[in-house]
Design a protein around this ligand. Structure first.
Ligand code: ADP
Length: 634
């Protein structure tokens, strides 16, 4: 190596500075993960070189035996991680080791509150990668040269992790990257052969690239004693060094599956479950899919990382291949290895290849089956649902073919428990349906409490009919894509005519008709007063405690969806609700016996109250207040 030239000092991007600060505070008790992160990066670098060398063998520079080497020097207090992978040029070193490119990073870091900053799992969910070096090192030197460039195009990057770093041009015979950690005083324990080896086995057994460490061996004399001066370094492969997914399932321990997940998903916590499949025959592929235990910070980012790591015949092709899983399963992480695609596939080709579609539908099925199996464990499934339920709710709209299956995986809050926890399945609901009940009833509102205490539920509570209580933003949209489950249609209790099917007996139906007849006069008078405000006035039996409610025509967009669209500035067709009056209620009886201005005021007040109970906004709230006050002081 010659002396460094063209030295430059640069500042870390703000996000990097924040991350470094957070990491050092929160990951102290997890310090050893730095090795996993560096080996993971080194393995990725080897994968990338192998891929690029497919059509340019010269990139190997005569050294095609990809490997990772770890050395330490207890005296100097250093640990070195070296790979002969793809390496970086000067510009890449500056941007890769000085910035974080993932979108949403700044927001994520800012959102972490003081207490959360100490939570290792939150930072882990972000993935700390290379920067984890600074948990154990107070000085880091990186020497790297991009494969295929000339020996004088190498760079040396150096930093104390305190806000800035330097880069300089150097000469290097070898391509790939070497990272030298100058361990902090209290981290010298890592410069130890036994410690390093056990960490490699613990975290990196599943990495396909061999991780080697040097052993010093000597020739022995006749008595078996080492001969001085005969020492030589023999490299020993410390990890298993075969791709995990290629090995038979029965040979792989849970710990290995979990360790591999952490490498693939850049996550610190264990996955909830996984599914490993080798498929032969018409469509050949091996997949290893995982359900994470926690949501990545960019789950709802438009360009958040999603998809699987794609391999073709064991050769790494690309990260985040998102063509193989639908959007509503974007939380699934894992690996797909297939012979069906050619080694030179690109993202563009993937979009057109009909085989991709076939694999995608196979993996979708695997993903859904994996969730169905997970659902047998109520506690684990609840964790899944609380974390990813709202993503899965996008499923019925996106994937018509698997609607029924997805519906079976949904969980709801219902009047059965009246708890806001979404833990009831449709199968649970159907199992509890009343004799003669034909439909699955639901209500959508802006909040759980609004749903739970909606006047629309009164008759259902009285008759003991269960209703699903929905209040997620996506819920109305979800329900508009679910027609039926198990042959039972869904019915919004706030829309259309109330039809309780066979649950109502003939007598009740007859009584209803008679009341309707006897209230015809009242209905007519209210209609005159309200005019265009309501499209219809009728008496109802769905209420027991409330005097009135508004309902929407059957195929009209619901109140929740209207409010979401309004908030988004979308133009909406005018909709006039139907006002339903409870003939049993004292206020309705009073209305009937009132005349003149009092009648007008009370009719308006009942109508406006019904809108408010629905979470709606009044066009003219001041008039409502005035009318109500007039009635109160009368
Ligand atoms: P991540 O691995 O999650 O992308 P890192 O901070 O660990 O984030 O690394 C940032 C980038 O630096 C990597 O994406 C890669 O491009 C580059 N890099 C890190 N380590 C190496 C290495 N050993 N060889 C080549 N490039 C590397």
């Amino acid at each position: 190596m010659t002396t460094a030239t063209h030295e430059e000092t640069l500042g870390f991007q703000t996000e990097v500075k924040q991350l470094l600060h957070l990491m050092i505070n929160s990951l102290y008790s997890n310090r050893e993960i730095f090795l996993r992160e560096l080996i993971s990066n080194a393995a990725d670098a080897c994968d990338k070189l192998r891929y690029q060398a497919l059509d340019n063998d010269a990139l190997y520079e005569g050294d095609s035996e990809l490997r990772i080497e770890i050395e330490h020097d207890a005296k100097a207090g250093t640990v070195t991680v070296r790979d002969n992978g793809i390496g970086m040029n000067r510009d890449e070193a500056i941007s890769n080791l000085g910035t974080i490119a993932r979108s949403g990073t700044a927001e994520f870091l800012q959102q972490l509150s003081g207490e959360q900053q100490k939570d290792a799992r939150l930072i882990g969910q972000f993935g700390v990668g290379f920067y984890s070096s600074f948990i154990v090192a107070d000085e880091v030197t990186v020497r790297t040269r991009k494969a295929g460039t000339s020996t004088d195009e190498a760079v040396e990057w150096h930093s104390k992790g305190e806000g800035e770093f330097t880069v300089a041009d150097i000469d290097s015979e070898r391509h790939g990257t070497e990272i030298i950690l100058h361990l902090k005083k209290d981290a010298k324990e890592f410069a130890d052969d036994y410690r390093l080896k056990s960490l490699v086995r613990k975290y990196s057994d599943h990495i396909e690239v061999p991780v080697r460490m040097p052993n010093v061996e000597s020739d022995r004399d006749e008595e078996g004693k080492p001969i001085e001066g005969s020492e030589k370094t023999v490299w020993e492969t410390v990890n298993e060094a075969t791709a995990l997914w290629v090995r038979p399932k029965s040979d792989i321990s849970d710990e290995e599956y979990k360790g591999f997940y952490k490498h693939v998903a850049h996550d610190f916590s264990d996955p909830l479950t996984w599914s490993h499949n080798k498929v032969e025959g018409k469509l050949e592929y091996t997949s290893l899919l995982y359900v994470p235990g926690r949501a990545p910070f960019d789950l709802y980012e438009r360009d958040g990382a999603r998809g699987v790591k794609l391999y073709v015949q064991r050769v790494f092709i690309m990260d985040d291949a998102d063509q193989f899983l639908p959007l509503y399963l974007r939380f699934i992480k894992g690996v797909l290895d297939t012979r069906e695609l050619s080694l030179n596939v690109s993202r563009e080709i993937l979009q057109q290849d009909p085989k991709v579609e076939k694999i995608r539908s196979a993996l979708t099925k695997r993903g859904l089956d994996m969730l169905t199996r997970l659902a047998k464990n109520a506690e684990a499934y609840q964790t899944f649902w609380n974390t990813f339920g709202s993503v899965l709710k996008e499923g019925p709209a996106e994937d018509v073919a698997n609607r029924e299956k997805i519906a079976g995986l949904l969980r709801f809050a219902t009047t059965h428990t009246d708890s806001s926890t979404q833990d009831q399945s449709l199968a649970d609901y159907v199992g509890r349906m009343k004799e003669g009940q034909e439909k699955i009833y639901y209500i959508v509102a802006d909040s759980f409490n609004a749903a739970k205490s909606s006047p629309h539920l009164e008759i259902f509570r009285k008759k003991g009919i269960e209703v699903l209580l929905l209040n997620d933003r996506v819920d109305e949209w979800l329900m508009s894509h679910l027609d039926e489950y198990n042959g039972k249609a869904f019915a919004d209790v706030a829309k259309g005519d109330l039809d309780l099917g066979e649950v109502e007996n003939e007598e009740e139906k007859k009584a209803k008709e008679e009341t309707a007849k006897s209230k015809e006069g009242l209905v007519k008078r209210v209609k005159e007063v309200l005019g265009e405000l309501a499209q219809e006035i009728r008496v109802t039996h769905r209420l027991t405690d409330s005097p009135a409610c508004v309902v929407l025509p059957e195929h009209e967009m619901g109140f929740q969806m209207r409010r979401i669209m309004e908030a988004a500035g979308q133009p909406l067709p005018e909709v006039r609700p139907i006002l339903e009056l409870n003939p049993e209620h004292a206020l309705v009886a009073r209305l009937e016996s009132t005349e003149g201005d009092d009648f007008t005021d009370l009719a308006h007040v009942l109508f406006d109250q019904a809108i408010i109970a629905e979470g709606g906004h009044l066009d003219d709230p001041a008039s409502y207040v005035r009318r109500l006050n007039t009635l109160l002081t009368a």
